[in-house]
Design a binder for this molecule. Structure first.
Ligand code: GPU
Length: 829
């Protein structure tokens, strides 16, 4: 009973499309109003947090009229729109982004100054909503920014975790996780709508019944949870658009059992409430390695069921013919996490709306599309039939029927090729009977896309070849992108001004225009200005790291940066071996410190709390840093910094300051990468393998402006086929031997040889990600980096060319590709 028909017919009931007056005085008045009447404090007695909240409310107020208008229009126009279903949105701070989008940055800055407030002090107070793990969640945030900026009718749907990605600290170099209580000081950017809650069922049983002669099934859930939506504004850049991100929060259907409460067992009385509300309590901190926990499946079903019902109830007119659903919506599945939406839509259409199975299935197959973000087999989610049957019995029945019909069609086409049937079945039998969610998504999706050219190719050829053969034309590619609003305009204002000075305005929404900078790369004056921007960004980073972590970044160093989740396939270990090699050369006296190119290595990485090897590698990085940074023989020419709790906010400071971008995953393992794009757009040169979107970056920026190393994906395959023995590489390479031996000797663990022994033996005897095989090539490429960096002016030229040729990596281009190849949802202007 959420959105009744509009009651008011008064002319003023239609929100005016302009917000409050856009003047400094007007802003001050609004701000003080919010401070007094929302926060309930006077300016003179207000806390910094009061001021931050009042400022946020003021910005919000300016966007509000447009938001209400856009919601009204989306309902009225009835155009086809996108529902982006994602378990993660790694948004980053909101204040600056919303100021930029609403063209309020200068006004707000002056208004705060007029009140005696430095707006920068307020910026620092915002706790970023860390509702995602890494690349996948950040991509979703970039995409909703582009969708709004491009005026595409769309809603982002996800989960409002009470605790986001954990806060990382280091104790004696080891990662400690702390809960991310991001909501405690208030959350000015969200709007709860308890009246629009959806009831979500779980458990129970299914039953057959006779519906006037037609045999039907229905689900009788055993328990329910309320899904309460929280709306967030997603403002487009300078286009007056405000889209919606709707995140669901779990609330118990009844707060507590009054009879038990009255009988005095208080803990038992609220047990059900705690149980229900756990669903949106915390983000699972696993990136690319899901653990298959029941609560995670509850989260997934909870948010997609709420989202589908929300869309059907609130976006369609009451008399809408569901046969036409594909004309109105495409549900984009952000990896397998929301795939349980497929049997949910089937259940709604067949069981609740009384549609025939075949008709419902034809509709469903047009309403979903699936994006795969990985090639790692352990990242393709599987749910045990046992668990699914207990938690969602009707959905399991539906999945079985989808599979039966699918396999029958496969048989018809290919004959009784049992091997093929087993390989393609949505239900796997080993190691345990389970549902392959990627297969379900592929069968149900109108389109399936990978996230970079190489990834999409490998997805078709290696992961789902039978499906590619069975469904010609279903597979496609959409190379990832990043929003230039946050990652150039906000994160790199110096570069942004320089670009505007050179090319004029307009590039922020048409990033291919950066091509125009190619000519400027030949202009010594421009190069000098560009170099000064990079130097200023380094100073800004130094300031941040000094106040945040007490680090002193050395002047005049190359900044060599590796920031991303800690995962063995990403090969932070290769970077460590490089550092240890440089250090060992100096410590042994074979290399004079004075002959080493001064470098500061910056790491940022969180490890999944249960990922033991990843945590060991974090420990090792910190241990190497402690030794290298303190050894006088190094003469300060090498410095290793590992600021804890890498997040979007820190990324926005680190990336613009970087000289060298480390993108060194084993070829064929990183689906795309998006950090690689952010660095290139900030003028860092990449040292990287032929993996993910690195391939496309190199093709665009040119071989002369990219340091390529390592095996190609076919070479990796060939080495596996031949039989990979990492110890052979160890034996054959003296530098590698020295580096590994130094780690094994206990040199970084106070003489204790056991601390890092598991890392050493893993490298020597397992090395799934072929670190040792690519070592020599990596070290050689780093030598080329040193040589190139020695010519600062030539480096700057390359750096400018990286920016000029990376316009392709705007998420606006990605969204355009999604529209053309998958969604067919033109902008509605
Ligand atoms: N990715 Br699967 C995640 O961040 N989390 C996941 O659970 C999965 C994939 C990443 C890929 O590793 C990265 O290569 C890609 O750029 C990113 O998704 C966005 O597509």
């Amino acid at each position: 009973p959420a959105s009744a028909a509009p009651v008011a017919t008064h002319p003023l009931a239609v929100a005016p499309v302009t917000g409050p007056p856009s003047s400094v005085d007007g802003f001050v008045r609004e701000f003080l109003n919010n401070l007094n009447y929302e926060q309930g404090v006077a300016l003179s007695s207000s806390s910094p947090n009061d001021r931050y909240l009042a400022l946020a409310y003021t910005v919000r107020d300016y966007l509000m009229a447009r938001w209400l208008e856009d919601q009204r229009r989306q309902r009225e126009v009835q155009a086809k729109g996108v529902c982006y279903l994602s378990a993660e949105y790694l948004l980053g701070r909101q204040l600056d982004n919303n100021l930029l989008a609403a063209r309020l940055t200068d006004i707000a800055t002056e208004a705060m100054a007029a009140c005696g407030i430095d707006i920068d002090d307020l910026r620092q107070l915002e706790v970023e909503p860390g509702l995602g793990n890494g690349g996948l969640g950040r991509l979703a945030a970039c995409f909703i920014d582009s969708l709004a900026t491009m005026s595409v009718p769309s809603t982002g749907y996800g989960l409002r975790y009470e605790y986001g990605i954990f806060r990382q600290t280091f104790v004696d170099g080891e990662q400690i996780e702390q809960p991310d209580a991001w909501l405690t000081l208030g959350s000015p950017w969200e709007f709860p709508h308890p009246e629009a809650a959806q009831t979500i069922g779980f458990g129970g049983y299914t039953e057959k019944y006779d519906d006037e002669g037609v045999a039907r099934s229905r689900w009788v859930p055993g328990w329910t949870v309320q899904a309460v939506p929280y709306n967030y504004m997603v403002p487009g850049y300078h286009n007056g658009r405000v889209n919606t991100l709707r995140l669901w929060s779990a609330v118990a259907s009844s707060a507590f059992d009054l009879r038990i409460f009255n009988a005095g067992d208080y803990a038992e009385a609220v047990r059900a409430q705690t149980f229900a509300e756990n669903i949106s309590k915390v983000l699972y901190p696993e990136d690319s390695t899901p653990q298959g926990k029941e609560l995670r499946l509850q989260q997934q079903y909870f948010f997609v069921a709420a989202s589908i019902h929300d869309f059907l109830e609130h976006s369609l007119s009451p008399d809408f013919d569901l046969a036409n659903l594909p004309d109105r919506v495409i549900f984009q599945l952000n990896d397998t996490h929301p795939v349980i939406a497929v049997p949910e839509l089937m259940r709604v259409l067949v069981d609740e709306k009384g549609m025939k199975w075949d008709a419902a299935w034809a509709i469903t197959q047009q309403c979903f599309a699936y994006t795969c973000h990985t090639l790692l087999p352990e990242a393709l989610e599987m749910w045990s039939v046992d668990l699914l049957g207990r938690l969602l019995p009707r959905h399991l029945e539906i999945i079985y029927r989808i599979n039966d019909e699918f396999l029958a069609a496969v048989r018809e086409r290919f004959g009784d090729d049992e091997m093929r049937i087993r390989n393609m079945s949505i239900i796997a039998d080993f190691p345990e009977r389970s549902v392959r969610m990627a297969f379900l998504a592929t069968v149900a999706g109108a389109k399936v896309n990978g996230v970079a050219e190489l990834h999409s190719q490998l997805l078709r050829e290696k992961v789902l070849p039978d499906f590619d053969e069975f469904y010609p034309g279903k597979f496609t590619n959409v190379t990832n992108g990043v929003t230039p609003r946050r990652f150039v305009r906000l994160a790199n204002p110096g570069l942004a001004s320089l670009i505007t000075e050179a090319l004029g305005a307009g590039w922020t929404v048409d990033l291919e225009r950066l091509r125009g900078l190619e000519a400027f790369a030949e202009d010594p004056e421009f190069r000098a200005k560009f170099a000064e921007v990079k130097a200023a960004n380094k100073r800004r980073l130094s300031d941040v790291l000094r106040t945040r972590d007490g680090f002193e970044v050395s002047d005049g160093h190359m900044l060599d940066v590796m920031v991303k989740r800690l995962h063995e396939y990403k090969r932070q270990m290769l970077k460590v071996l490089h550092i240890v090699t440089l250090y060992e050369g100096i410590a042994s006296g074979r290399v004079a410190a004075a002959d080493v190119q001064p470098r500061t290595f910056i790491f940022g990485a969180k490890a999944a709390p249960g990922y033991v090897m990843a945590k060991r590698i974090i420990h090792l990085i910190n241990a190497v840093g402690s030794v290298v940074n303190a050894d006088p023989r190094v003469e300060g020419r090498l410095q290793v910094l590992f600021p804890p709790n890498y997040n979007v906010t820190l990324a926005e400071r680190v990336i613009p300051a970087a000289d060298l971008s480390e993108q060194i995953s084993l070829a064929g393992k990183e689906a795309s990468g998006t950090g690689n794009m952010k660095f290139a757009l900030s003028g860092a040169l990449t040292i990287g393998t032929d993996d993910g979107a690195n391939v496309e970056i190199r093709q665009l920026v040119g071989d002369d402006n990219f340091f390529l190393f390592g095996m190609t994906e076919p070479e990796v395959e060939a080495l596996w086929a031949k039989g990979y023995k990492p110890s052979d590489f160890y034996q054959a390479d003296e530098g590698l031997r020295r580096a590994i031996d130094l780690i094994a000797s206990g040199a970084f663990s106070g003489g204790d040889r056991s601390t890092f022994e598991p890392i050493v033996s893993n490298l020597l005897y397992d090395d799934r990600f072929m670190v040792l095989a690519d070592y020599a090539s990596y070290i050689a490429a780093q030598a080329r980096v040193d040589a190139a960096y020695a010519d600062q002016d030539a480096w700057t030229r390359s750096s400018i060319l990286n920016v000029a040729r990376s316009g392709f990596f705007s998420s606006d281009r990605s969204i355009r590709d999604y529209i053309d190849r998958i969604w067919h949802t033109p902008p509605v202007l």
